[in-house]
Design a protein around this ligand. Structure first.
Ligand SMILES: Cc1cc2nc3c(=O)[nH]c(=O)nc-3n(C[C@H](O)[C@H](O)[C@H](O)COP(=O)(O)OP(=O)(O)OC[C@H]3O[C@@H](n4cnc5c(N)ncnc54)[C@H](O)[C@@H]3O)c2cc1C
Length: 556
């Protein structure tokens, strides 16, 4: 706990009407919508873990670690004192403590280690909560979560790495994997000439048969390599057969460092606690994952999971921003009333609360589908189309959402001492990496055109709420028309994906949320007079019921 600061009274004025910091809440037990989703998606058993992580979100000390890790930025240590390359990154101790908290809580692994059904939904809950704590650590946690399926392409590599990657621990030192009890993994695909168009990768892989049949040497570079102190990376390079996936360990089995030159760290807009680097491969040794020439498809097996995780992460980011805005508006008084009781602010906040809850249900429904996809073909198809759809929509909504929640707080929200400034800078990122907006929207079209069952699975999911609201029934009919008309049309793609996502969200809320939420969401998002800005749609008749459900619950 940080020591209480002595407050010296000002001789010029009294400090009043400044809301206290938002601490002392539980982000899980104080969130009824989240608890309902956990039950609906068969992951109730995660409650004790979620309670613990939920307490961390409201803990003053954890919040101060987050501030430190984002203010004292990672530094590149390219060489040692004698001029040898070491390619290390030094982090503030607060970053390591946060990594230990996230990885020790299973944010990266529970999906793969759970003994009960619903592992992806349960881990999705942890990711949702973690992203209400700190987003920089969310990057290595999300990449490590997504790695097991791609490692399964190579049995011996899977045997070595999987147990370490799913261990609930954090061990930052770079050592041969055999000597570690836990490990983290990154993914570095993007090169200078193209991140979306990975076929344009220049990095070349030459077989190193003297070392092993599946071992290659890389020559080339990567323009973005986040979490460069990870124990290994999934990467992509050209072989004779085309782009191929590889596992790149930072330390070789004999204990020597694999040549991996960190050129510099990016000076980023947000996600600052996490290092993102530019790297070069001067003969770097890598182990092939899958067949030569099948690298893009292999990489996508990992990217699908990171994309799903980013939808959940952006929902978490929105939830944290909403709590901060609600907390502020409950305490701040203007014109003789609390801000929250000013009718127009009540509309804005209630509309934000609807968006936040809809994002959470969509993200966790996707995680639930991932849980069921092995045994249920319809869920498998649903995952294929819902992953890029949810990534597109939730990440896109996070940006105006953060601007509006920041504005609710007024000037204080724009000052670095407030958490909101960090969240605001964070908001666009999940929309960019692992497939920017257009790329994932086009992936929805690809899914619809290549797998007709994917569109059917999505419509079947939506129709589960048919008959509850006339406005939703009309939206379903409109979506059917659009799907028949626009499912091949790139220029209508965003319009289609947006309509799909909002109709799924309305259907989920109609089925699972209280009527006050689903009534208002259907009117605000599907009605003819829906607005563009938050709070600009039809008047919400019971904003207080929505806000009571959404507000953070402070412990006494
Ligand atoms: C903080 C940060 C960390 C990152 N970390 C990593 C990492 O660890 N590993 C890694 O591999 N990458 C990483 N990236 C890179 C990221 O994945 C890429 O930036 C992203 O995939 C987009 O690629 P690009 O920047 O080359 O943009 P481009 O590919 O040039 O795309 C630019 C724009 O064009 C759009 N576009 C692309 N194709 C089409 C099309 N056919 N039709 C219409 N529009 C299109 C895209 O949607 C995008 O909006 C990171 C990026 C950031 C910002």
């Amino acid at each position: 706990m940080s020591a209480p600061r002595p407050i010296v009274e000002s001789p010029t004025h009294e400090v009043t009407n400044q809301p206290p910091p938002l601490t002392g809440f539980n982000a899980f037990s104080g969130d009824p919508a989240l608890r309902e989703a956990v039950t609906a998606f068969g992951a109730s058993w995660v409650a004790p873990r979620a309670e613990t992580l939920g307490t961390a979100a409201g803990d003053e000390r954890v919040q101060s670690l987050v501030r430190d890790a984002n203010r004292h930025l990672p530094e590149l240590r390219s060489h040692d004192a004698r001029g040898n390359r070491i390619d290390d990154v030094a982090f503030h101790p607060a970053y390591h403590e946060l990594m230990a908290l996230a990885f020790g809580s299973g944010v990266h692994s529970l999906a793969w280690t759970a003994n009960e059904p619903g592992g992806h939904a349960a881990r999705g809950v942890l990711s949702y909560l973690w992203n209400q704590i700190e987003n920089g650590v969310g990057c290595p946690a999300g990449m490590t979560y997504s790695a097991p399926p791609i490692l399964a392409l190579d049995g011996p590599l899977e045997d070595i790495w999987r147990g370490k990657l799913t261990a609930e621990a954090y061990e930052p030192d770079l050592k041969p994997i055999q000597e570690k009890s836990s490990a983290t993994i990154g993914m570095t695909l993007t090169e200078k000439q193209g991140g979306s168009d990975l076929r344009a990768n220049q990095t070349r892989a030459e077989p190193a048969r003297e070392i092993g049949d599946s071992v290659y040497r890389l020559t080339g570079h990567k323009w973005f390599c986040s979490a460069p102190m990870s124990d290994a990376f999934v990467t992509l390079a050209q072989t004779e057969a085309g782009p191929t996936c590889f596992l790149l360990p930072r330390v070789l089995p004999d204990g020597t460092r694999n040549p991996f030159q960190i050129q510099r760290l990016k000076d980023k807009c947000g996600n600052r606690s996490n290092a993102s680097s530019e790297v070069e491969f001067p003969g770097t040794l890598v182990w092939r994952l899958g067949e030569e020439g099948r690298g893009i498809a292999a990489a996508l097996s990992m990217t699908h999971l990171t994309r799903a995780d980013f939808a959940i992460a952006s929902a978490g980011l929105m939830r944290q921003a909403l709590m901060l805005a609600l907390h502020h508006c409950r305490h701040r008084r203007v014109f003789q009333k609390s801000l929250v009781d000013q009718p127009l602010m009540g509309q804005v906040l209630a509309d934000l609360a609807l968006e936040s809850e809809a994002a959470m249900w969509l993200g966790l429904r996707l995680a639930h589908a991932i849980d069921r996809m092995q045994d249920d073909e319809a869920e498998h198809h649903l995952v294929r189309v819902m992953t890029p759809m949810a990534k597109f929509w939730v990440c896109k909504r996070a940006v105006p959402f953060l601007a509006e929640t920041l504005e609710c707080i007024g000037g204080n929200g724009f000052v670095e001492e407030h958490a909101m400034a960090r969240l605001y800078r964070e908001a666009p990122l999940n929309g960019i990496w692992e497939g920017a907006g257009n790329v994932v929207a086009l992936d929805v079209l690809r899914a619809l055109s290549r797998i007709p069952e994917a569109g059917n699975a999505l419509m079947d999911e939506i129709r589960l709420a048919q008959g509850q609201y006339a406005i939703l029934d009309q939206a379903i009919a409109d979506l059917e028309t659009r799907l028949a008309r626009d499912a091949q049309s790139e220029v209508h793609c965003r319009q289609l994906v947006e309509a799909m996502a909002q109709t799924v969200q309305a259907s989920l809320l109609a089925r699972f949320a209280p009527a006050a939420i689903s009534d208002a969401f259907c009117a605000a998002r599907l009605g003819a007079d829906r607005g563009t800005a938050f709070g600009a749609g039809p008047a919400i008749s019971q904003p207080h019921r929505i806000l009571e459900r959404a507000a953070p619950v402070l412990s006494d």
